[in-house]
Design a protein. Structure first.
Length: 320
């Protein structure tokens, strides 16, 4: 009976040993490569209220992995790209430190395939970053264009209101000037008034007429001075409102300049600086075949013991 159990144990261990050895030998060699890149944030004008961040979620984007799978031509069928996407998601290691990103890729493809895949991944990431920034700039430009139009409409309203106010003031001053001139002419036409103004005696009546004429002349001078100012400076004569218009014009010009600068940044900006490119792996880093065989053997020993201990005993035939 003991011999029988021993054979059960040995056969079980042998089966698992052979199976784990075959499995370990059939596993493809794994190669690993890494690259170090720096992510450069685009220097957009402050008018563009955007916050750009490309963290681990970006690098693990399924869309990015699909584009890489297309580029390295693993398969032309969309449904067969998902194993590649899964491989990239599982085996791509990302480490961020002070604006530097270390990308490490390990896979059971050839040395060149692993290197080329990581290089393609970085290229596609740079394209996607640029596309994201382009979309952001377009949406922000649309917002700023609407704001600029609103500011321009407001500026026109303020300008029209101020122009109407200045014209109204000029018309009022002109009317007052004509009234005073007419009043002076009528007053001075009166001979009695001329005599009384010219009297040498300091009577109350003569003093009153003299002061009255002088006050009209002073008021006329003030009106003419203000009219000259309005004629020469126009709306600029109203400093407070005019400064408001200038501030609106400056803001509108600032927005227009920011939109131009953003487009220039998009044309010249390179999102990724490759400090250390992906290198051709020098040798395989996996799989650990010895460990696989040891695990298989260990499982075989454990299972063999259990089978040997709990196998049903065979009854021996009774002797007559």
């Amino acid at each position: 009976m003991a011999v029988e159990r021993r054979w059960i144990f040995l056969v079980t261990v042998l089966v698992f040993l052979i199976g784990s050895t075959i499995y370990a030998l059939r596993q493809p060699l794994e190669f690993e490569t890494s690259a170090l890149v720096r992510i450069k944030t685009p220097p957009l004008p402050h008018e563009f209220a955007v916050h750009l961040r490309w963290g681990e979620d970006f690098w693990r984007s399924p869309d990015l992995a699909v584009e890489v799978a297309k580029k390295i031509r693993i398969s032309e069928e969309p449904e067969e790209r998902w194993p590649v996407v899964s491989w990239l998601y599982t085996n791509l290691k990302i480490k961020e430190t002070d604006g530097l990103v270390t990308l490490t890729l390990r896979g059971g493809f050839g040395q060149r395939a692993v290197r080329d895949t990581l290089a393609a991944y970085i290229d596609e990431a740079a394209k996607k970053m640029k596309s994201d920034v382009r979309s952001t700039i377009e949406s922000e430009s649309a917002r700023l264009s609407a704001l600029r139009q609103a500011l321009e409409d407001h500026r026109q309203q303020v300008l029209q209101a101020l122009t109407a106010r200045v014209d109204e003031r000029k018309a009022l001053l002109q009317s007052q000037k004509e009234t005073i001139e007419k009043e002076l002419q009528e007053f001075l036409k009166s001979r009695i008034a001329q005599m009384r103004i010219g009297e040498q005696g300091a009577t109350i009546e003569s003093w009153y007429y003299r002061n009255y004429v002088e006050s009209l002349l002073r008021r006329l001078e003030e009106i003419e001075r203000e009219l000259d100012l309005l004629q020469s400076k126009g709306i600029a004569a109203v400093e407070g409102e005019y400064q408001r218009i200038l501030a609106l014009e400056e803001r509108i010009e600032s927005i227009a300049q920011a939109q131009v600068e953003a487009q220039q940044v998009l044309m010249s900006w390179e999102p990724v600086e490759v400090i250390t490119p992906a290198q051709l792996p020098q040798g395989p880093v996996g799989p650990d075949r010895a460990q696989t065989i040891l695990w298989g053997t260990g499982i075989g020993i454990l299972l063999g013991l259990l089978v040997a201990l709990f196998s049903p005993r065979r009854r021996e035939p009774s002797k007559p």
